[in-house]
Design a protein around this ligand. Sequence first.
Ligand code: FES
Length: 140
Amino acid sequence: MLYSEKVMDHFRHPRNVGILEDADGVGEVGNAKCGDIMKIYLKIDHDTVTDVKFETFGCGSAIASSSMATEMIKGKPLTEVMGLTNRAVAQALDGLPAHKLHCSVLAEEAVKAALKDYYDRNHLPYDPQQFPEISCEGCH
Ligand code: FES
């Protein structure tokens, strides 16, 4: 079986789909090669993600990755959210095929873009190195 049961479950029943009108941070990223787009909305209170929603126009792995990523960051302090990696998302999904790893990279990028948006909007200081270009060996 190419995809784990968790991937199939999150693909068929994605968690936290939608938009947050009053989001405190929004991140939108895309993969130029496959054309998939992912958007993450964060509600933040006291340095904690109190709510999160996503919209993904993309493949099943991208939908599953964004769904899992939202579950992993909901209710979490920003310091922890910042540490979310595509690897952790892929692991939580019990793995992704190598050629689909870039879909989980999109989830990490979208979460970080939303956090950066929150910092920018509120003129909060941050270390730009916290938002490096994310590279992915599985991407092609
Ligand atoms: Fe592009 Fe999955 S094929 S995100």
